[in-house]
Design a binder for this molecule. Structure first.
Ligand code: FES
Length: 317
């Protein structure tokens, strides 16, 4: 409490609040999100925001240091002759920066540099590998003749033989025959469950029970095993998800239909291309209308309002 009669002192020193740190944090957040969504555009926008607000923040924090010292007129009174005789001649004081302000600016600057040095490499090493070097693969599944029209096969194959068994996949393949202007039609359904990704099984008798032999085709992708099957649908052993023969969900927790492979015919061979997600399929075989979406992870909705809960995901094939 100030005592009666005391002269008010200067206002207490303290940093004034600004929005620059908030803008800087938003810029960093946008840059990190941009690394996932769009490294070229969104990440660049985030970096620009962070740089602009970081610059404004640093400029604000160091403004006191750069501001010209205010001119203050000293309070004077006439000295008595005795005081004048006793006083030494005044010398001009050297200009110097206030220590507290220097320390404040140095702390902020060093903190920012150290924070950047620590955060950016960690974020880069943690996030970037998921988004870089992702490439699509073609899988030669053998001659079209190996797939009689109307028959289903459980086919297993390696997507990238150089990666070995870790890239082994299974798909359910049916040749629907040619449609329109002699365009071949195949239904090629991924066995990755649309709930949590467990391997879906064909609900029906396979090779030995049917009295049909498994077939192995040797292609540039290694051995392609084709097991004949007559499925009534597909079922997941993990949580009981069920699908019909077009991959539509019919029961259980899956949130959409099974993913599918796009394909091409190259030199008489069936070649698998990328996978895509499907919300649902109307119709059957070559006449089916497939509601197609970019490939999404298991459990992710691809349509309806729920899709907005899954805005970010790394690219995958
Ligand atoms: S993973 Fe298939 S139903 Fe859960």
């Amino acid at each position: 409490m100030r005592e009666e009669g005391m002269t008010p002192g200067p206002p207490e020193h303290g940093p004034s609040p600004t929005i620059w740190p908030l803008g800087f944090a938003v810029g960093i957040a946008v840059a990190l999100v941009g690394l996932i969504v769009d490294p070229m555009v969104i990440a660049s926008i985030g970096a620009v925001i962070a740089i602009v607000f970081g610059f404004l923040w640093a400029r604000d924090a160091t403004s006191e240091m750069r501001r010209a010292a205010p001119t203050v007129t000293a309070e004077v009174r006439e000295a008595t002759p005795a005081e004048a005789a006793a006083m030494p001649e005044a010398k001009p004081a050297p200009e110097k920066m206030q220590r507290s302000r220097f320390l404040e600016g140095a702390t902020l600057g060093l903190g920012g540099i150290i924070g950047g040095l620590v955060t950016l490499p960690v974020a880069g090493f943690a996030l970037l590998p998921s988004f870089l070097g992702q490439k699509g693969h073609k899988v030669d599944m053998g001659p079209v003749d190996a797939y009689p029209i109307g028959k289903w096969f459980i086919s297993t194959f390696t997507v990238d033989p150089s990666e070995g068994e870790v890239s082994r996949r299974t798909a359910f393949v049916r040749n629907n025959g040619a449609v329109g202007n002699n365009v071949p039609s195949f239904t090629i359904i991924s066995n990755r469950c649309a709930h949590l990704g467990c391997p879906v099984q064909a609900n029906g008798p396979t090779g030995a029970i049917l009295g049909e032999k498994n077939v192995t085709e040797h292609t540039v992708n290694g051995a392609i095993l084709l097991r004949p099957v007559v499925p009534a649908g597909f079922g997941c052993p993990c949580h009981g998800g069920q699908y019909d023969t077009e991959g539509n969900r019919t029961a259980g927790p899956p949130v959409r239909a099974l993913d599918r492979y796009s394909f091409e015919i190259d030199n008489g061979h069936l070649v698998l291309l990328s996978t895509f997600s499907v919300s649902h399929v109307v119709g059957v075989g070559a006449q089916a209308k497939i509601y197609k979406y970019k490939l999404s992870g298991p459990g992710q909705h691809v349509d309806g309002p729920e899709q907005w809960f899954y805005p970010l995901e790394p690219p995958h094939h």
